[in-house]
Write a protein that binds this ligand. Structure first.
Ligand code: 5RP
Ligand code: FE2
Length: 234
């Protein structure tokens, strides 16, 4: 069990007309990471935001910007996001012809590198690249939209990856974050953490729960509150 948990609001569900403010508010509310969903209307059937928006929000926070690429092909856009201030860049293995090369490209551009697993993506993609990963992202919905229902089978996958990461670290490997994305709520975050995740993306659960004071403090505190007993047990 891990002692470090991170809350990563997905700005996909933020008010895009006030994006800079939303980023500031959610970090002021106690979140740790800004999750930035990039969709290309090709790899997934939706279209969102690109490097210019990353560059625009970069001065608004010191928190890491965690870019989740749902684009195909991947490589050409990596240096653009690195230049725009991304800290972490993750991609889907099905979207890259050469996974090892794409992971190196991300690190060579000064970012942390992540691999993303859709609900039906097999874990064998991890077999020869553990040394090149800083983050593994488990999708608990099919990618493309916010506000979907958590797919319970993801818990099995999270537990399996947790074992692989722990074995890797026990053999002297670098730490790897285990992030979960899709349908994360106050009422399921503890079970997700118990399965082995340490980083929790939440879009609709956070941006759909602005408090009476106009802040996101209550919902971020509620998410963290669910994790508190696990932190003590770690
Ligand atoms: O990658 C994503 C969708 O492809 C989003 O990060 C995810 O859906 C977050 O939204 P929510 O918490 O509302 O499910
Ligand atoms: Fe995402």
């Amino acid at each position: 069990m891990t002692s470090t948990f991170r809350i990563a609001p997905s700005i996909l569900s933020a008010d895009f007309a006030r994006l800079g403010e939303e980023v500031e508010n959610v970090i002021a509310a106690g979140a740790d990471v800004i999750h930035f969903d990039v969709m290309d209307n090709h790899y997934v059937p939706n279209l969102t935001i690109g490097p210019v928006v990353c560059e625009a929000i970069r001065p608004r926070t010191k928190a890491p910007i965690d870019v989740h690429l749902m684009v195909k092909p991947v490589d050409a856009i990596v240096p653009m996001f690195a230049k725009a201030g991304a800290d972490i860049i993750s991609f889907h293995p099905e979207a890259s012809e050469h996974i090892d090369r794409t992971l190196s490209l991300i690190r060579d551009n000064g970012c942390k590198a992540g691999l993303v697993f859709n609900p039906a993506t097999p874990l064998h993609y991890l077999d020869h690249v553990m040394d090149k990963l800083d983050l593994i992202l488990v999708m608990s919905v099919n990618p493309g939209f916010g506000g979907q229902k958590f797919i319970g089978e993801a818990l099995v996958k999270i537990a399996d990856i947790r074992q692989r990461i722990d074995r890797h670290v026990a053999r002297g490997g670098q730490p790897i974050w285990l992030e979960v994305d899709g349908g994360v709520k106050v009422d399921n975050i503890r079970a997700i953490a118990e399965a082995g995740a340490d980083t929790f993306v939440a879009g609709s659960a956070i941006f759909g729960a602005r408090g009476a004071d106009g802040s996101y403090r209550d919902v971020v505190a509620a998410l963290r509150g669910q994790l508190e007993p696990l932190r003590r047990a770690a």
